[in-house]
Design a protein around this ligand. Structure first.
Ligand code: SF4
Length: 241
């Protein structure tokens, strides 16, 4: 049947049929197999983003390090994250010997307060996320052809259709979600098996972690229900489109 699909040269804008084939192929394989394929296929053009909030990003970080790849790691630092999140980013960099690239918004909090008025997150969280997350991420992704994330189908209703591989029209690159079909059981099993560091707030009632002003500890329900409480918003926007 000729060369394996894994080594075909593929065009930058991936065709739906090719993605479907790859999705079918990797549905039968482990997240590590997809990660290895992505690392070999894209090399230094593959980037992993990690929030150091939820456990999925930590699992991927551990897989990258354990499998010996030097995939660039990007951390979106909004300036409003929990101290535990910053501490985990530093601890993980030390433990894994990784260089983590901190990407920050064009505006400091003080500049944003002057330009937009104080506490923009309490009035217009979409605009706040746009300034502090979406714009810096778009800039950070510019040099890359593929973006690996810890998105999972079970995280929320809005993520229920996440694929292992999908084309991102917004960022014009291939988005790779090796843990798309894992649930909490698989994630925590991996974390305990490999002694992966994780955010201690996850043991204190927080089930999804973002910026301090927009994150609450919750009891049960959708894992992301503690984010932007009081707003219809459920996504910061970086994973839309
Ligand atoms: S999560 Fe909240 S504080 Fe953080 S960027 Fe979005 S709106 Fe702003």
């Amino acid at each position: 049947m000729g060369r394996s699909i894994e080594y075909e040269k593929l065009t930058p804008a991936w065709a739906e049929a090719e993605l479907q084939q790859l999705n079918e192929l990797f549905r039968k394989r482990s997240p590590e197999a997809l990660l290895e394929w992505a690392a070999r296929r894209f090399g230094e053009k593959l980037v992993l983003t990690c929030s150091f909030g939820g456990p999925s990003g930590m699992v991927l970080l551990d897989m990258v390090a354990r499998l010996g790849y030097e995939t660039p790691i990007v951390f979106l630092d909004t300036g409003l994250l929990f101290p535990e999140t910053y501490a985990l980013a530093e601890a993980a960099a030390q433990r894994y010997g990784l260089t983590i690239e901190y990407r920050r918004p064009a505006l400091t909090i003080e500049q944003q307060d002057r330009q937009e008025g104080p506490q923009l997150y309490a009035r217009d969280p979409d605009r706040c996320c746009g300034i502090r997350k979406v714009a810096p991420l778009a800039e950070a992704l510019r040099p890359y052809d593929a973006w690996m994330t810890g998105l999972r189908r079970d995280q929320s209703a809005t993520r229920a259709g996440v694929e292992l591989l999908q084309w991102s029209t917004r960022y014009e690159l291939l988005k790779i979600n090796p843990l798309a079909f894992w649930g909490e059981r698989e994630i925590w099993s991996y974390i305990y098996t490999y002694d992966v560091p994780y955010n201690p707030l996850l043991d204190q009632g927080y089930r999804s972690l973002g910026c301090v002003p927009c994150t609450l500890a919750i009891d049960g329900g959708d894992p992301r229900a503690g984010r932007w409480v009081g707003f219809a918003k459920t996504e910061c926007g970086i994973h839309l489109g």
